[in-house]
Write a protein that binds this ligand. Structure first.
Ligand code: COA
Ligand code: AMP
Length: 629
């Protein structure tokens, strides 16, 4: 069957479609039905089933003949270390770690925060939580103590699992002081922490609160898999919204198992036993779904890569890993390819490696610009597939389903909706737009299995952020169009979220930090176009009357403040001081117009602007930092 037939079959009978996909999962109690309607536009999948994530990702493969197959290949160009962990070894390691958590009182439903770099133990920690029904929440290592504290207060974890450090090129990121700082700031205090000591940095442990990973595991009795309800949360992953308070996206156990397993063959075109590599980080949704869960659930080998696309040691590092480990499908962010292309435009490094095993490359996380796609296709000689999804959905809303059939690639489009997603482009009144016309992209409810059922601790915010604008639909927050062939085009966010190097960040969150500076009276942050990172944040500061300090000093302080409060990942390095911000007569800051001016794109004077002369000052200020040319 081709894509169209499969999509139509799903649409005709979604219940049958997902019940059939569920056959591929091991159940402790089989689901009697796929979808449960909860009222208020809320839905759950396989709610009456019982299953275990870790069993499906690890144990069943050991029992089913994959005991000696590599489950995880750890390749760390930053330390020079490599390690292969078979499914049998992974089972032992995860069972012992789960036993250690259990011995310290972690039980089904308890939250565990994981703050780890790209080492196999990060995946083991996630799987160990799933084994005993604990709910993990992984926090990206590039976030500062304050962001970690916000997540601790929201998730209220019983335990935190962390490494002593992460490694960035030329810099050891000491996690323990960040962790201690976060626990100090947070109102909620975890009962204990488990620390993986790395040789690059051995952290001081606080007796009675901090425990050494190795010692705890050695002392532990291995734990068995605990069956949980299909709608038991597997994890909470925080993502940026329009304010500094991140949204806790919940993922339910059974939906995740069924949906991710389905994607591995149908979208990523790998069979069990083959090597699949997503070069992302476990702190992001791509890392959850496609470094940890999907490849393991499907019986593939996954790669944990601790390095960067360039500089560890060179722009050939991706190609070395692909060739050395025989990667069949490779997934990365466009920004990573732009970084490689900038250093190796002619592909000299590509030619050094045998990439004959590689079949397809997948890009997501931000808009894939046609230049980057064409460059990658030319260099690698394989299809380069853009696909579109979000932390909220956990898997692709739109993709080219290569395992079903390779549809013609249209540059600039992540191709077509996947089964499960009825995608529509709507006008402000919620009416469908004709083909080729721009509007808000929405998905008809219910969303498919594996997507968010609600937000942790914030059911009202869930309704407000996603369900209220277009009744009966999930609002994606992206704007775009669908062409006459049914291909989607994702053009922009409709909210204050920006995308920096494939990382989703809140300009509102950054504005909250700038506004906390004692000399700042008013501020705005916008995302301007950047050739490497896609977008970069730029801050505009209006200083308090009477503040006569040199502007560079205040700018340097706010840059430092954002790094301290949000973290280096915000990549906030540019800010300018202006007298006033451009606003509408009702006082709304004209951020969109400022973005157009910064990018040098066409723009119209907003009819509602209060004082057009302010835009000249904005233009001049942007020119001092190299924009608005
Ligand atoms: N822990 C601590 N700090 C981190 C970090 C981590 N896990 N990840 C990034 N940082 C730091 C970086 O060191 C950098 O710090 P600096 O300001 O001192 O230089 C800062 O955060 C910004 O990082 P980033 O935006 O990633 O830029 P970079 O200069 O390190 O690398 C690219 C540029 C394009 C090579 C890089 O962004 C990249 O490969 N991105 C991949 C994107 C990706 O995988 N996204 C996941 C979604 S699919
Ligand atoms: P995140 O939740 O971090 O995965 O970010 C999701 C957002 O990134 C989406 O809502 C889009 O704005 C953007 N995004 C992700 N993938 C793509 C893509 N393939 N094309 C365009 N935008 C994308």
């Amino acid at each position: 069957m081709g894509y169209r037939e499969i999509y139509d079959a799903w649409k005709a009978d979604p219940e049958a479609f997902w019940m059939e996909a569920a056959e591929a999962i091991d159940w402790d109690r089989k689901p009697t039905k796929a979808l449960t309607e909860k009222g208020d536009n809320l839905y759950e999948w396989f709610a009456d089933a019982e299953c275990n994530t870790c069993w499906n990702a690890v144990d069943r493969h050991v029992e089913g003949g994959r005991a000696d197959q590599a489950a995880i290949i750890y390749d760390s160009p930053i330390t020079g270390r490599k390690e292969t962990i078979t499914y049998a070894e992974l089972k032992d390691r995860v069972a012992s770690l789960a036993g250690a958590l259990r011995a310290k009182g972690v039980d089904k439903g308890d939250r565990v925060i994981i703050y780890m770099p790209m080492v196999p133990q990060a995946l083991e920690a996630m799987l160990a939580c799933g084994r005993i029904g604990a709910i993990h929440s992984v926090v990206f290592g590039g976030f500062a103590a304050n962001e970690l504290a916000v997540r601790i207060d929201d998730a209220q974890p019983k335990a935190i699992i962390a490494a002593s450090c992460g490694l960035e090129p030329g810099r050891v990121v000491k996690y323990k002081p960040l962790l201690d700082g976060a626990i100090d700031i947070a109102k909620h205090k975890p009962e204990f922490t488990l620390i993986l000591q790395r040789e690059e940095e051995v952290a001081d442990l606080i007796p009675g609160r901090d425990f050494d990973w190795v010692e705890a595991v050695e002392a532990a009795e291995p734990a068995d898999c605990v069956p949980v309800e299909g709608n038991h949360p597997s994890y909470i992953l925080y993502t940026s919204g329009t304010t500094g308070q991140p949204k806790g996206v919940i993922r339910h156990t059974a939906g995740q198992l069924v949906a991710l397993n389905w994607t591995m063959k149908n979208i990523y075109n790998v069979d069990p036993g083959e090597v699949f590599w997503a070069a992302s980080d476990v702190g992001w949704v791509v890392g959850h779904s496609y470094i940890a869960y999907a490849p393991l659930i499907h019986g593939n080998t996954t790669i944990v890569f601790e390095g960067k696309p360039v500089g560890t040691p060179d722009a050939g590092t991706f190609w070395r890993v692909i060739s050395e480990h025989d990667v069949k499908s490779f997934f990365t962010a466009p920004t990573a390819f732009r970084a490689v292309k900038r250093e190796d435009p002619k592909g000299d490094f590509v030619k050094k490696y045998d990439l004959s095993g590689l079949r397809v490359v997948y890009l997501a996380g931000e808009r894939a610009d046609p230049d980057t796609i064409v460059w990658a296709q030319d260099q690698l000689g394989v299809p380069v597939i853009d696909h579109w999804w979000q932390t909220e959905t956990g898997w692709a809303i739109a993709a080219n389903p290569v395992g079903i059939e390779l549809l013609p690639v249209k540059l600039g489009s992540p191709s077509v909706p996947m089964p499960g997603y009825d995608v529509q482009v709507l006008d402000e009144g919620g009416n469908p737009m004709p083909a080729g016309e721009l509007g808000a992209i929405a998905v008809k409810l219910p969303l498919p299995p594996g997507t968010l059922p609600t937000l942790w601790n914030a059911p009202e915010r869930f309704q407000k952020s996603y369900l209220n604008t277009f009744p009966g639909y999930y609002e994606t927050g992206d704007a775009g169009m669908i062409d006459e062939d049914g291909y989607l085009y994702i053009m922009a966010r409709t909210d204050d979220v920006i995308n920096v190097a494939g990382h989703r960040l809140s300009t509102g969150g950054m504005e909250e930090v700038l506004a906390s500076h004692p000399d700042v009276a008013e501020c705005a942050v916008i995302g301007v176009s950047d050739q490497l990172k896609g977008q970069l944040p730029v801050g505009f500061l209006c200083l308090n009357a009477g503040c006569n300090r040199p502007h560079e000093e205040v700018v340097a302080e706010v840059v430092k403040l954002v790094r301290e409060k949000i973290g280096p990942v915000a990549a906030f390095k540019l800010a300018v001081v202006v007298d006033r911000l451009p606003k509408t007569r009702s006082g709304k800051i004209l951020r969109g117009t400022m973005v157009s001016i910064a990018d040098g794109s066409d723009w119209k004077m907003p009819a509602t602007i209060d004082d057009p002369a302010i835009l000249d000052e904005i233009t001049e200020a942007l020119q001092t930092i190299g924009y608005a040319k």
